[in-house]
Design a protein around this ligand. Structure first.
Ligand SMILES: [Zn+2]
Length: 233
């Protein structure tokens, strides 16, 4: 069970900011407390991360952790390698999502920083589908590229192309682990970028083509299809 939040929260928060040995002790005990709750507290464990984040000490640790992960990942998204900035365009990512694996919500190896696009696209999707986890979080259980356990460059290559008007990213796998990440997630990232940025350009081109064909004998059907298409891109 979670311990109730300290009644002397103000003095507790003060100790967190004092950067003394006490701060480290309190921060550690906070993480251990939540980690233990995540492992042992049976339904409901839902919302445990939000509860942690809402606590003053949890919020502080969250901020510190975010900075630490940013350095660990050299300011690159754990999945797509896009550039991320502290507190700007990234979120702490639960590699095994809390929805399916609440017991690993506070496991160091299950935490990474993902760009907002990856974080939103992945959401609660469980593309790892790990079996026989039973409390042990080990590298050999993952057959899809894991941001902490595997070396990205050995499994995925990517190419970015940016001009004044477009931003395209293409991912190519180098291994079966990389292939799983590409098919489960990175393919969606590429499509998202194309749809997001190509929409106004493509829609405008389709609309113009529709207008050009409008009223021309034999092109009635094509013109109306193009108009409908432009409205729905
Ligand atoms: Zn990303």
């Amino acid at each position: 069970m979670l311990k109730p939040v300290s009644s002397s929260r103000a003095s507790f928060v003060k100790s967190l900011y004092s950067r003394s040995i006490k701060y480290h002790r309190e921060a550690l005990s906070c993480i251990l407390e939540y980690r233990s709750a995540a492992h042992n507290q049976f339904p409901p464990r839902k919302g445990i991360w939000s509860k942690f984040y809402e606590e003053a000490r949890g919020k502080y640790i969250h901020k510190k952790l975010s900075k630490h992960l940013l350095e660990r990942q050299k300011s690159l998204c754990c999945y797509c390698r896009d550039r991320i900035f502290h507190g700007k365009n990234s979120n702490i990512e639960h590699i095994l999502p809390i929805k399916h694996y609440p017991m690993f919500a506070f496991d160091y190896n299950n935490l990474a920083l993902a760009c907002v696009t990856c974080n939103a696209l992945k959401s609660d999707n469980d593309f790892y589908r790990v079996k026989n986890l039973s409390g042990n979080y080990k590298a050999n259980l993952f057959d899809c590229l894991h941001p902490i356990f595997h070396t990205y460059d050995e499994h995925v290559d990517f190419l970015k192309l940016q001009t004044n008007h477009i931003y395209v990213r293409v991912f190519r796998f180098r291994s079966s682990l990389g292939e799983r990440l590409c098919s489960e997630h990175l393919k969606q990232v590429s499509l998202f970028n194309i749809k997001e940025q190509a929409n106004p350009t493509v829609a405008e081109a389709v609309k113009k083509l529709g207008e050009h064909l409008d009223g021309k004998p034999g092109y009635e059907s094509a013109a109306s299809t193009l108009k409908r298409l432009a409205a729905n891109i």
